[in-house]
Write a protein that binds this ligand. Structure first.
Ligand SMILES: NC(=O)c1ccc[n+]([C@@H]2O[C@H](COP(=O)([O-])OP(=O)(O)OC[C@H]3O[C@@H](n4cnc5c(N)ncnc54)[C@H](O)[C@@H]3O)[C@@H](O)[C@H]2O)c1
Ligand SMILES: O=C(O)C(=O)C[C@]1(C(=O)O)C=C[C@@H](O)C=C1
Length: 307
């Protein structure tokens, strides 16, 4: 794969930025990768493991002369970073981000992007519960979607160039507007995380059980919840504060369905439970058939047999 940008600057050096470093290097997509992280400890770690070609002590130094600057910080920190780098951005450069929410990030970052600099928001739908510069790996984005959210009037060539970069890092591409993105993600990612956090919190409240049985007999379902609930608290605090409307809408629907299931259990309505679980089973199979489930046993990504 050919080089797409001469100099890429990553602001924030956590899971996503470090995975981007490895994935860009794997395919030779950037001439030079430079980075900045807020804490001296993270910068030291990044230098120690040779994550980037150069690590700077300020975001502005890293962004200066970059052809692409990617904001890889929690959603709530995007605006202050954009404000800091704005004065040094090179004419013709592209600023992008990887935030899990798009509408508020566009509102917060957009106004700081100077004339002559392109702003192309993006969101890779791939992650783990781990954070920090050591947690990244080159394969994170392989066969996972990266949603590109072009803002009105953006230069198409700048959008296509960023798409080439994500494709080169292994991702599949889709484009949608910010409002739709935030609703889709509220369903597929944000509300499920909240439910996992809640379930693990409930188990923790029942200390009598948690101290012994929950850990000892932890079944796969609960283990999956604990993995999700181990995700970074700052990142997820910011997701919910920034995708308020869509998350509350989906949570409202979730609560209604939960009450219906609660009633079915109380009334012994087995038909309702069976029909519901049959419908949801089909959704899981659809995900596996689409090759989007990296945790499932690898059947060579072939279709799962249907009974
Ligand atoms: N982890 C995931 O599963 C995942 C997936 C896709 C997108 N995202 C998004 O990517 C972004 C980064 O997430 P991550 O998982 O790489 O996080 P991370 O916690 O691993 O890394 C975040 C980085 O941002 C820095 N940072 C935190 N607050 C800052 C501030 N106020 N100013 C400057 N730097 C600051 C941290 O020091 C760290 O270097 C977030 O916006 C998140 O929503 C995360
Ligand atoms: O697999 C995980 O650990 C994730 O939670 C990744 C996940 C997701 O919900 O799928 C989390 C947040 C993102 O913005 C994108 C991906």
């Amino acid at each position: 794969m050919a080089r797409i940008y001469d100099r890429v600057a990553l602001i924030g050096l956590g899971l996503i930025a470090s995975s981007m470093c490895h994935a860009m290097r794997r395919a030779g997509l950037a001439g030079e990768i430079v980075g900045y992280a807020r804490s001296a400890e993270t910068r030291d770690t990044a230098r120690e493991i040779g994550l980037c070609d150069q690590i700077y002590d300020t975001a502005a130094e890293a962004a200066k002369d970059a052809d692409l600057v990617v904001l890889c910080v929690p959603v709530g920190a995007m605006e202050s970073v954009a404000q800091e780098i704005a004065p040094v951005l090179k004419q013709g450069a592209t600023v992008s981000d990887v935030g899990s929410v798009k509408s508020t990030v566009i509102e917060a970052v957009g106004p700081h992007i100077p004339e002559g600099v392109h702003f192309v928001p993006a969101h890779p739908l791939a992650g783990t519960e781990h954070s920090g510069p050591r947690s990244g790996f080159a394969e994170l984005f392989d066969n996972r979607f990266c949603i590109i959210v072009p803002v009105e009037g953006t230069d198409r060539a700048a959008v296509d160039r960023l798409i080439d970069l994500w494709r080169g890092m292994g991702a599949l591409i889709d484009e949608m507007d910010a409002e739709h993105h935030d609703l889709v993600l509220a369903v597929t990612s944000h509300t499920p995380h909240l439910i996992a956090y809640t379930m693990v919190g409930v188990a923790d409240d029942l200390r009598r059980v948690t101290d012994s049985e929950v850990i000892k007999y932890s079944a796969a379902g609960f283990r999956d919840f604990t993995r999700i609930a181990a995700s970074d608290p700052v990142m997820w605090r910011d997701v919910f504060l920034n995708n308020k409307e869509a998350t509350l809408e989906i949570l409202g629907r979730f609560t209604e369905e939960l009450f219906a299931l609660q009633r079915a259990i109380r009334q012994g309505d087995g038909d309702h439970l069976h029909d519901y679980f049959t419908r949801t089973r089909a959704i899981r199979r659809g995900i596996i058939e689409a090759g989007q489930d990296t945790d499932a046993p690898d059947f060579g990504r072939v279709k799962v047999r249907k009974e």
